[in-house]
Design a protein. Structure first.
Length: 119
């Protein structure tokens, strides 16, 4: 019985996180488009990604609440969080290399520098 409450609270917390994330992106459309562009999304895709990302986050937030959609929503949430982690990691590699998003040569140099053992 207690585990049911723990699961419900976890779903509720995750729904709030995704809901607030979607709300913030929808409330600041120009800022969202700018951030999406800075992560290296191709120029033609920026408006679609800036609209679709908060929409998916909002759907996940709502779908986490009913028990019959929670498993699918949790899977999408895990995929989104994994994608965000990968993008953030790539962005950190670029930042430490002093490069900008989309500069593949700089990304390769930064990754090679990370892999080389220090002397």
């Amino acid at each position: 019985m207690a585990i049911d409450y723990v699961v419900w609270v976890a779903r509720l917390v995750l729904a709030v996180v995704f809901g607030l994330s979607a709300w913030g992106k929808l409330a600041d459309g120009p800022g969202t488009r700018k951030a999406v562009g800075e992560f290296g999304v191709p120029l033609a895709w920026i408006p679609a990604v800036a609209w679709a990302l908060p929409a998916v986050e909002a759907v996940v937030a709502v779908a986490l609440l009913p028990p019959w959609t929670a498993a699918g929503a949790a899977l999408v949430a895990i995929l989104l969080l994994g994608m965000f982690t990968g993008v953030a990691r790539e962005f950190e590699v670029l930042r430490t290399a002093g490069a900008r998003a989309g500069d593949r040569a700089a990304v390769s140099r930064a990754r090679d520098a990370r892999r080389r053992p220090r002397r």
